[in-house]
Write a protein that binds this ligand. Structure first.
Ligand code: FAD
Length: 502
C-alpha cells in the first residue's frame, strides 16, 4: 500500500508559508489557487493503489518486505527491463494529467534514485554526504514522499557569478555554521510544484565559479521548515471560470514559486553537498540524476504530444476539414513529430548504458537523452502553432462561459450559430474550450515556456550536448570525406572550363 491521496492532502496542511496575491495562504488544499491541482496530485497516489496499476507503479526493493513497497520512480534500475518498467510507470502518471503535470512526484523521485546509484560522488574532502544521500533516498521512498526542487538562482545579473552579485544573500548561501548544521539565506527561482511538495531540494544545477563555494550547497528540507517561504505566481486555477470552461488550467496548474530562505537552519543530516563547487555540479551530471529526469520528461512529452495530436484530429473533424488533403498533411506532420518523440524514448532505453559506480545500475543512453532536450524545446511551439493553424477562428468564437449555453434567451442563439455537422453547440464549445486551454490560454503559454526552459537555457544545454557527446567521431567522419580528394582533383570529374586549368 502506498500512501493514499487523502493522506497526501492531509500532509499539505502543515502550516507551510505560501504567499499568494498579498495573502499568506492558510491551507492550500482549500484555497482556490491550489486546491484542484492538489487533488489532481492526490489522484496520482490513489492510482498507485488501484489494482490495475499497483504492480506497474510500485515495486518492492530487492531484499525488502512488502511493507517497504515504493513508487517505481524511486527504484534504481539494474536492467533494460527495469528501465522499461519505470517508463511505463511514468507513462501511466503522465496520462492522468495528459502530460500537463510536468513535476509530478515521479520527476524528482527518479532524480533521487540517480543520486543513490552513485552515492560515492557525495563523499568529498571536508564533507561526506554519501550516507545522507542513502538516508534521503530511504526516507523519501519508504514514506512515498513528494520532493520538489529549486536549483536555479534568481535571474538577477546573469553576467556575474553568485559571489559578485549586488548583495551577498540574493542566491541561497551558507551564512553560518552552528551546532548540528548550517544557517542559509537567499532565494531560488521558479520552484514548479514547490508548494505541493513534502520536501524541497535547494541546490544549483548550473556551473558555479570557483569563488562561489558558499553557494555550492545542496540540501533537502521539509517545506514547512521555519524561515522558508514561497512566493507564488498568478494562479491559472484561481482565474479559471470552471472545469467546463478551463478544463486543464482549472485542474493541472502545478504552480511555480520563488523560494525564499530567511535564516533557515539546515541540519547536517539534510545536507547532500556542502561548499564544494565540483560535487555541486557533478551530483546532477555525473550521477544518472539528470538523465533520469529526462526519462520522465521525455515520456511525459510523448504523452502530451499524443494528447495534442488527438485534440487536433477532434478539431479537424469538428470543423469537417479532416478529409481535406492539406489537413491530412498537417495531421501527418503532427503524427510524425509525435513518433519522433516516442522513438527517442524507446531508442534511449534500448541503447542503455551502465552507470560508472560502485553498485551496478543502468541509465538511458546519454546522447539520445540529451537529444530530447534539443528537440522538445524547439518542437513544442511549432506543434502548438500547427494546431492553431488547423483550428482557425473557432478557438476564439466561443461564448464567455458554459452558462451562456444554459441561458434561456442566449442559449438558443449560441446553439444555432456555434455548431458544425455532427457537433451540436455544447459538444463544439466543450472541445474548443479545451483546445484553447491547451493551445492559447495563459496556462498554455506557460507550458510553452516550460518546455523551452524547464531543463535549462539553450546556451547551457546545447554546449552540454557537445560535452556529453563524441564530436571527435563526427569530425573524423567528415574528415574522411576531405581526405578522399586533393587539389590535383580540380582537373578531375566533370572538367573545369576555366582557361588556366586547360
Ligand atoms: C515554467 C518553468 C518552470 C520551471 N521549473 C523549475 C523548477 O521546478 N525548478 C528549477 O530549479 N528551475 C525551474 N525552472 C527554471 C529553469 O531551470 C530556468 O529557467 C533555466 O535554468 C534557465 O535559466 P533562466 O530562466 O534564468 O534563463 P537565463 O539563463 O537567464 O537565460 C535566458 C536567456 O538569456 C540569454 N542568456 C543568459 N545568459 C547567457 C549567457 N551566459 N550566454 C548566452 N546567452 C545568455 C539567452 O538568450 C537565454 O535564452 C523553470 C522555468 C520555467 C520557465
Amino acid at each position: 500500500m502506498i500512501r493514499t491521496g487523502q493522506e497526501y492532502l492531509n500532509s499539505l496542511r502543515d502550516g507551510r508559508a505560501v504567499w499568494f496575491d498579498g495573502e499568506l495562504v492558510k491551507d492550500i488544499t482549500e484555497h482556490p489557487a491550489f486546491r484542484n491541482t492538489a487533488r489532481s496530485l492526490a489522484r496520482l497516489y490513489d492510482l498507485a493503489n488501484e489494482d490495475a496499476f499497483h504492480e506497474s507503479l510500485t515495486v518492492v526493493p530487492e531484499g525488502a518486505g512488502e511493507e517497504e513497497r515504493i513508487l517505481r520512480a524511486y527504484h534504481v534500475p539494474r536492467t533494460y527491463e527495469e528501465l522499461v518498467a519505470r517508463r511505463k510507470a511514468f507513462k501511466t502518471w503522465s496520462e492522468a494529467s495528459f502530460g500537463f503535470l510536468g513535476r509530478s512526484p515521479d520527476y524528482m523521485a527518479a532524480g533521487i534514485a540517480g543520486f543513490l546509484a552513485k552515492p560515492e560522488l557525495f563523499a568529498t574532502p571536508g564533507f561526506d554526504g554519501s550516507d545522507n544521500v542513502r538516508a534521503f533516498h530511504r526516507r523519501m521512498s519508504r514514506g512515498h514522499l513528494y520532493e520538489a526542487f529549486t536549483i536555479s538562482n534568481p535571474q538577477i545579473d546573469r553576467t556575474k557569478p553568485a559571489s559578485e552579485q549586488e548583495e551577498n544573500d540574493l542566491f541561497v548561501r551558507a551564512v553560518e555554521e552552528r551546532d548540528g548544521g548550517v544557517v542559509v539565506r537567499g532565494a531560488k527561482m521558479v520552484g514548479t510544484a514547490a508548494v505541493f511538495g513534502d520536501e524541497i531540494i535547494v541546490g544549483t544545477i548550473e556551473p558555479l565559479a570557483p569563488q562561489d563555494v558558499d553557494y555550492a550547497l545542496c540540501f533537502s528540507i521539509p517545506v514547512d521548515t521555519p524561515g522558508l517561504s514561497f512566493v507564488s505566481r498568478a494562479s491559472y486555477e484561481a482565474n479559471a471560470r470552471s472545469v467546463f470552461d478551463n478544463p486543464l488550467s482549472s485542474r493541472f496548474d502545478e504552480n511555480d514559486a520563488l523560494l525564499v530562505c530567511e535564516d533557515v537552519f539546515v541540519p547536517w543530516e539534510r545536507m547532500l553537498v556542502y561548499r564544494n563547487v565540483e560535487a555541486n555540479l557533478g551530483m546532477w551530471w555525473s550521477t544518472p540524476a539528470y538523465n533520469n529526469f529526462v526519462h520522465q520528461a521525455s515520456t511525459r512529452f510523448w504523452t502530451k504530444l499524443e494528447f495534442l495530436t488527438g485534440l487536433a484530429i477532434l478539431i479537424a473533424k469538428a470543423n469537417n476539414t479532416y478529409e481535406l488533403p492539406p489537413v491530412q498533411t498537417q495531421i501527418g506532420r503532427l503524427m510524425g513529430w509525435l513518433n519522433i518523440a516516442k522513438s527517442m524514448v524507446l531508442a534511449a532505453e534500448a541503447d542503455y548504458e551502465h552507470t560508472a559506480a560502485a553498485e551496478p545500475s543502468v541509465h538511458l543512453n546519454r546522447e539520445m537523452a540529451s537529444a530530447h532536450r534539443a528537440m522538445a524545446g524547439d518542437l513544442y511551439p511549432r506543434f502548438l502553432a500547427e494546431i492553431k493553424m488547423l483550428a482557425g477562428g473557432g478557438l476564439i468564437q466561443l461564448p464567455a462561459s458554459g452558462y451562456d449555453l444554459r441561458h434561456p434567451e442566449l442559449g438558443p442563439l449560441v446553439a444555432k450559430y456555434i455548431r458544425s455537422p455532427g457537433h451540436p453547440a455544447e459538444e463544439r464549445v466543450k472541445l474548443l474550450k479545451l483546445a484553447w486551454d491547451a493551445l492559447g490560454s495563459e496556462f498554455a503559454s506557460r507550458h510553452e515556456q516550460y518546455e523551452r526552459f524547464y531543463h535549462g537555457a539553450p546556451h547551457v544545454y546545447f554546449p552540454g550536448i557537445v560535452r556529453d557527446g563524441r564530436p571527435d567521431l563526427l569530425e573524423e567522419f567528415a574528415r574522411t570525406c576531405l581526405d578522399g580528394y586533393q587539389l590535383d582533383d580540380v582537373r578531375g570529374h566533370g572538367g573545369d572550363s576555366r582557361s588556366g586549368d586547360r
